[in-house]
Design a binder for this molecule. Structure first.
Ligand code: ATP
Ligand code: MG
Length: 496
């Protein structure tokens, strides 16, 4: 994918006499360049062969690694032309008995592929290819870098096996190739090395980093007091009450059977623990405090959360360096939670999300997207006080880009949670479960007859197809909300 900005900037200059300055449609122009080279229509003067030090394929400040394959391909062809021209020249000289010593031969100029610097690749230029409109065959993009985009969240829904995880890998690949790193919480096993799509794995290679929480323990302390923003640019440290409330809310969201009294036992134990142990407070001490509490609720709740405590999934002696993470280019970082029971996976995810949320409040930057991928998000908490709700409603200003894939919307999630997820600027509907067709259709149109049409379409779309609803780029560069489009997801193979 050649980003928008580079398309406008790229032009071909010397040594070719023909200029290609408008890359409005990169594919077409690419084909045209190759065709011209093949047909010898791009004339390279012998003079240039000797004198041009480095033929430039790009101009302006874009020294492309943009679409590296594209560039390399053209570069190879050009170099080939150079050597051909040089050969011809040698022949000519030979004819004239001018070649006496081969060692004096001029070196051929090399086309050098330069590394793209971070600064060369502006966020504004980034468009993420979603797929091709089934009807018009037009390419449809998530206008990821557009400054007018409401937020960079995406909601992907659809029943099991329709291609949601595959689709996310497509988008992750596109972002990685645009030097944007992403963070995946894998509580589904879907992003284990053995489960990843081969093309995705091969193409990204060691840019996929798996952090095995089971092996190492994630360096986060759930009891850490963070700075909270009380007004714009005005921060204060969280109190014991803030931390105890957070711990209570995470536990009660992950263990749905936990009643108020049990949740309060957790609150009390945390609060007392923080008073006693200060910054040394840990899950182990939470257990001690619950054991010291003789109430029945404390006992019941301890029996529920003991498996988590015994697993000890956090390494509280260390702190994860989110800043370092942020500075990495094009890395796909997987927090691998495989091997834990579901509750432990979710608790760890929620606590890391909190830690990251708190980090981003003071370090996040809206011009530096921080994509966080939550597959099978129906399992997570999106209620008002959850980190996910914060990401969806306030995350934009700190650079959050929340990716949510869900199998179900109804049933497992409350109405307010669904509404919050619908805040995502880009929505993608794969074939839903039968029972959700009408609800999904109502997200696509409020008009009764149109809704029926969408319901019909939703029931007919196949695997690898989806309906996308989000702003599209108009010719004048503005974003416009139009009618949703049915697309064929562009395959990984075609993106590599
Ligand atoms: N566009 C596509 N092109 C080729 N293969 C695809 C495509 N989409 C999905 N597949 C294949 O279909 C299978 C199911 O896809 P995927 O795992 O992405 O479904 P899912 O919607 O995430 O399901 P679940 O909700 O159960 O996790 C995978 O083996 C994947 O390789
Ligand atoms: Mg999946």
């Amino acid at each position: 994918m050649l980003p928008q900005k580079e398309r406008q900037d790229i032009e071909f200059i010397a040594p070719m006499t023909k200029e290609f300055d408008a890359f409005a449609d990169d594919e077409e122009n690419y084909k045209e360049v190759i065709r011209s080279l093949d047909n010898d229509e791009l004339y390279i003067e012998e003079y240039d062969v000797i004198n041009v030090k480095m033929p430039q394929l790009v101009s302006g400040n874009v020294k492309a690694e943009v679409g590296e394959d594209f560039y390399k391909n053209v570069a190879d062809k050009i170099n080939h032309k150079f050597s051909q021209a040089a050969e011809n020249q040698k022949e000519m000289k030979k004819d004239k008995d001018l070649v006496e010593d081969d060692s004096k031969e001029q070196h051929l100029p090399e086309v050098v592929i330069k590394e793209i610097k971070k600064s060369d690749q502006s966020l504004e230029s980034i468009r993420v290819l979603l797929g091709e409109d089934t009807r018009t065959k037009k390419k449809i993009y998530w206008e990821y870098g557009h400054p007018k985009l409401e937020n960079r969240h995406i909601l992907i829904s659809g029943k099991s096996g329709v291609g949601k995880t595959y689709f996310m890998q497509c988008l992750l690949l596109e972002l990685a190739n645009n030097n944007i790193s992403s963070l995946i919480f894998d509580y589904t096993d879907g992003f284990k090395k053995s489960k990843l799509e081969p093309e995705f794995k091969d193409s990204l290679g060691d840019r996929i980093n798996q952090f095995q929480v089971q092996k190492e323990g994630f360096p986060v302390n759930p009891f850490k007091k963070n700075m909270k923003e009380i007004d714009e640019d005005d921060f204060m440290e969280e109190s014991d009450i803030d931390v105890a409330e957070r711990i209570r809310s995470v536990f009660s969201a992950v263990y749905p059977g936990m009643g108020d009294q049990q949740a309060n036992a957790i609150y009390r134990a945390t609060f007392n623990g923080l008073k006693k142990y200060g910054s040394k407070m840990s899950l182990q001490y939470l257990k001690t405090e619950l054991e010291n509490d003789n109430s029945g609720n404390a006992k019941t709740v301890l029996s529920k959360i003991e498996p988590l405590i015994d697993r000890n999934p956090f390494d509280i002696e260390k702190e994860y360096d989110w800043e370092e993470h942020r500075t990495k280019d094009g890395i796909v970082f997987v927090v691998q939670l495989s091997g834990f029971v579901r509750e432990v996976q979710l608790i760890v995810t929620e606590f890391i999300l909190w830690d990251l949320w708190n980090f981003n409040i003071s370090h996040g930057d809206k011009s530096k997207p921080f994509p966080v991928i939550l597959d099978e998000a129906q399992n997570l908490d999106h209620s008002e006080k959850s980190p996910s709700a914060k990401i969806l409603t306030e995350g934009r200003k700190f650079g959050w880009s929340g990716w949510y894939a869900t199998q179900f919307m109804q049933g497992q999630m409350a109405k307010d949670e669904i509404r919050r997820l619908q805040n995502a600027g880009q929505k993608v509907y794969f074939s839903p479960p039968e029972s959700e067709i009408n609800d999904m259709a109502s997200f696509l149109s409020t008009d009764t007859s149109e809704r029926k049409e969408w319901a019909n379409k939703l029931s007919r779309i196949g695997k690898g197809q989806c309906i996308v609803s989000g702003p599209m780029l108009k010719e004048n560069g503005e974003l416009q909300y139009g009618r949703p489009a049915i697309i064929d997801v562009t395959s990984l193979k075609e993106r590599i």
